[in-house]
Design a protein around this ligand. Sequence first.
Ligand SMILES: *Cc1c(COP(=O)(O)O)cnc(C)c1O
Length: 409
Amino acid sequence: MFIEKQDSAVSDAIKNETKRQNKGLELIASENYVSKAVLEAMGSVFTNKYSEGYSHKRYYSGNEFVDIIEDLAIERAKQLFNAEHVNVQPYSGSPANQAVYIAFLNLGDKFMGMSLAMGGHLTHGHKVSVSGMHYNAIPYGVSKETETIDYDEIREIAQKEKPKLIVSGATAYPRKIDFKKLKEIADEIEAVSFADIAHIAGLCCTGFHENPVPFFDVVSTTTHKTLRGPRGAIIMCKEEHAQKIDKAVFPCLQGGPHDHINAAKAVAFGEALKPDFKKYAEQVIKNAKALGESLQDFDFRLVSGGTDNHLLLVDLTNKNIPGKEAETILDESGIYCNKNMIPFDTQSPFNPSGIRLGSPALTSRGFKEDEMKQVGEWINRVIENKSDESIRKKVKEEIKELCKNFVIY
Ligand SMILES: *Cc1c(COP(=O)(O)O)cnc(C)c1O
């Protein structure tokens, strides 16, 4: 590799990160492993190009090949999600959501989104995010008894507050989302229906979860989570909103598109259109269920009692270990996950009561139900022996051994 000779500091970090990714268990629900083809596209000469504007309407010259990749990414995304219009230029999920708000709201306008504490995303109206600073965000959450979305409560709040837009979607929610019902609620008050499927896009485009794209006004998704593409995002919308969305992304919010990333988006969408990706998505769900059952056998409490998707929220209250400490000792054992608030958490966001675990990355590695059961056993052993450092070393070694059969790159 050229970088090895030129810059050993960066090169060593890349090598060590590759080792870390190979040797440990990636359970962060928003992460995944892209294919080598996607990696190659990201590392391609398209990073040199400036192509402000849209396909066949650019401000600079030399775009004949950029147009090919952007058109491909758009066409494939349309096919994948049955979309009327797609903008593939958003740099990431957060700016994509910002573009949606720019397109449909004026400063100070009211919109509704799921609160961060209940599983929503920062960009759904949290006060530290521009979405909560520039707009009047009204939060909704989950029911205390079932820990699932309370659609009746959403309807009640919507009728009372009359927001201009309702965001559906979450970042730490283990159940299916009833997009049809949320669309009905938005229609009743003539609000814009906006779905953010960042986490579940790979499950929606394969039919395992409801795909809101054909009937929602606008849908955003990251491309690097269950969709297994490069870091980035896309916005899909009805043809009638196409101009508004395109103008909001460029020139309102962004400058030149990241053409190397868009080339990688095209490659990833091509992969997602193949039958193998459907099998992958199905296995993601089976693996999350298998890990959940394994943990339940060890008396871990799962928020909402289980999962329908790629992630689990584990309430550690009965295990007498705070989320932060659990995250740290699991990390020391080669198991990567994140501390997470659980609904109605009595602790702070910096040291919440739970952890979030996801199956997308391990499924990409080739893990099946048997390996996921073993992962559950490891998590239990580390947590049950939280004061015993030797157990963490032992687990880390066992994980390294298993991972030798599941090499990524
Ligand atoms: C991850 C996520 C985002 C933000 O994506 P970034 O690429 O990190 O900016 C937005 N919405 C939801 C629901 C997410 O899960």
